[in-house]
Design a protein around this ligand. Structure first.
Ligand code: FMN
Length: 264
């Protein structure tokens, strides 16, 4: 095993949103799912399921429900990662125990399991020369997605993963400086600001936000535009994204409660 090669591969990740028409075979999907299943999983509970969507009409519907994202419609295959407590409840019932599913811990556990499996799946796909993009937009309209995929209570669509052969090389996106992420021995609040400023400058210089501003109208009424093109960077973009009421998906918790997920 060549460590430098493996790390270089891991560090070459970039989300891919444009694909050729070349199909992804069923064998490729099985290999990707087998690798997803190798991810660590809390207490070996394996609390997730993966729905494979190839049907063009269904992908188009999901694309619309996910905020009209063209790559969801145009990808050859879409995997949907679903935290799944249905199977585990069945296991409890069969053995004559009560599953304490009202507790938030089980939702959290299943979300972490599904996320780890999703990341393994993306890495497996990238190792096979494919590209992909995770789709959190699938949580925009969770009820309609559940109906479209026939998801039973205790199973919900956490994120999608578009997969296909990249139509062009994707651009690698800078990450926050390590100093913001790494804290030695204790949490070092003081260093956050400098790190964020550094990142803001670096991201702005890449030109990534040109023509991609989040409009103030999405956030609320009577907000005055004070940011020039040159000032608009990661800080402004991120703040606007977080201030947008729709980003918080306020319908999600009531939906999950209605689907028997617990918040106690
Ligand atoms: C859970 C999750 C949800 C995401 N949802 C979307 C999405 O709905 N649409 C999209 O185009 N990208 C989505 N992304 C991709 C991120 O935008 C992307 O990973 C991030 O900007 C970093 O870029 P990179 O992956 O190219 O390094 C999502 C990523 C994650 C991890």
């Amino acid at each position: 095993m060549n460590i430098d090669g493996i790390l270089e591969f891991l560090n070459s990740h970039a989300s891919v949103r444009q694909y050729t028409d070349q199909p992804v075979s069923d064998e490729q999907i099985d290999r990707i799912i087998d690798t997803a299943q190798r991810a660590p999983t809390s207490s070996n509970l394996q609390a997730y399921s993966i729905v494979v969507v190839r049907d063009p009409a269904k992908k188009e519907q999901i694309s619309i429900l996910s905020g009209n994202q063209p790559h969801v419609k145009n990808c050859p295959v879409l995997l949907i990662f679903c935290p799944d407590l249905l199977r585990l409840r069945k296991v409890c019932i069969q053995s004559g125990y009560r599953f304490r599913e009202e507790y938030f811990e089980y939702l959290l556990l299943a979300v972490v399991d599904a996320a780890l499996a999703g990341q393994n799946a993306l890495l497996a796909a990238e190792a096979m020369g494919l590209g992909g993009c995770m789709i959190g937009g699938i949580r925009n309209r969770p009820q309609e997605i559940a109906e479209l995929l026939d998801l039973p209570p205790r199973v919900f669509a956490l994120f999608g993963l578009t997969l296909g052969l990249p139509a062009k090389p994707a651009r690698i996106k800078l990450r926050l400086p390590r100093s913001v992420i790494r804290h030695d021995e204790w949490y070092e609040t003081d260093k956050i600001e400098a790190g964020l400023d550094e990142y803001d400058r670096a991201m702005r210089e890449t030109g990534i936000y040109r023509g991609r501003r989040i409009s103030l109208e999405e956030i609320g009424p009577n907000l005055e535009e004070k940011t020039t093109e040159d000032d608009y960077g990661w800080l402004e973009h991120t703040a606007r994204r977080l201030a947008n009421p729709a980003s918080a998906r306020p319908d999600l918790r009531p939906f999950l409660e209605s689907r028997k997920f617990g918040f106690r």
